[in-house]
Write a new protein. Structure first.
Length: 347
């Protein structure tokens, strides 16, 4: 009740706000900033991951870490915030180093897996009320040799065990299975270096391409996309790992995010550390639509209510919303000059 009274104006804006100025605009609307969620212990850290809970619609998870990889002294945090209480997180979990990504299990929302800067993965069980992970990898049990950029829960395996995937800068895409009190792992894919080096011929055969992001096809659980540090996107299958099904090349910087269209799963969208955002068809190796935002893009996501709406964040501190059914060239809403954005979840 104290929070409801404190944030009464914001709560009313959240439910009923309409900008009268929108009546005088052709196709562009407004984005209104509402709550600001703060975590004092995370001062000096960057927000590296963000995801809404798949079951509790007012709850979302945030990870704190750092992209300054020369500074190894900072700890990481996993926080869960509620729209009912913007003042302080509902849950706070700590890690021994920066956390770079998270994924909340769709069937068991108390189970959250995170990827860490030092190459480890950790699983937090919120039912234990402990700030320490319930499971974690180690050097003798499949630890990645580089930072873990993405983790994704998968469907329970045939034995009924929880399992998930991780991808890392060491080129590995690894499947992890929680078996009683231990973690089992198996490498599903090693992303080979696919380009030719002009000044060191033959060396490319000994290199791997770092895996930055992974996205499973919603209607074919065995197929997934992998975005790499070289800007390539590979279509892969979990049934075998000897070759890619297809490769999509257009980005020239590390791929930051890939997302399949939830309504038409033959399309997917991608962004990288460059101004270009591409929309692809699964059967075509070139993008069918491209958008130049003018600034490097940190993350992109389709809207859960429309097949033509997507939003993105850029490193100028801005959010842009596009609807390709209305305008293929300009956003229908934008908010700029906020504090720096890096990641966000579906609008």
């Amino acid at each position: 009740m104290v929070n409801l009274n404190t944030f009464d104006d914001i709560a009313k804006d959240y439910r009923f706000y309409e900008d009268p100025a929108d009546e005088y605009k052709d196709s562009e609307g407004s984005l209104l900033p509402l709550w600001t969620f703060l975590f004092e212990e995370g001062n000096g850290l960057e927000i590296t991951g963000l995801q809404w809970s798949p079951r509790y619609i007012d709850l979302f998870g945030v990870t704190f870490g750092s992209f300054d990889f020369y500074n190894k002294s900072k700890s990481g945090y996993l926080c869960l915030f509620s729209l009912k209480n913007p003042s302080y997180p509902e849950y706070v979990c700590s890690a021994w180093c920066g956390i770079l990504c998270l994924d909340i299990h769709s069937s068991y929302p108390h189970m959250i897996v995170v990827g860490l800067y030092d190459g480890n993965i950790a699983i937090y069980n919120l039912h234990t009320r402990s700030s320490s992970p319930s499971f974690q990898s180690c050097a003798g049990s499949g630890k990645h040799a580089s930072a873990v950029w993405q983790v994704r829960w998968a469907k329970d395996n045939l034995d009924g065990y929880l399992n998930f995937y991780s991808c890392s800068g060491d080129g590995r895409v690894t499947n992890w299975t929680i078996v009683k009190t231990s973690l089992w792992h198996s490498d599903e894919l090693i992303v080979d270096f696919c380009k030719t080096l002009s000044n060191a011929k033959g060396l490319e055969n000994d290199l791997v391409d770092g895996a930055r992001t992974i996205a499973f096809k919603p209607d074919e659980e065995k197929k997934y996309l992998v975005g790499t540090e070289e800007g390539d996107i590979h279509l892969c299958t979990a049934e075998y790992s000897s070759a890619f099904l297809m490769t999509y090349r257009s980005h020239v910087a590390p791929v930051n995010s890939i997302m399949w269209n939830p309504f038409y799963p033959l399309l997917f969208i991608s962004c990288a550390s460059e101004p270009m955002v591409h929309i692809w068809h699964k059967a075509l190796s070139s993008p069918i639509l491209s958008f130049d935002t003018g600034y490097p893009v940190g993350d992109v996501a389709w809207a859960p209510y429309s097949s033509t709406v997507f939003a993105l964040v850029t490193n100028d501190g801005g959010v842009r919303v596009f609807d390709i059914n209305i305008n293929k060239y300009r956003p229908i809403g934008k908010q700029v000059n906020l504090s720096d954005f890096f990641v966000f979840d579906k609008i």
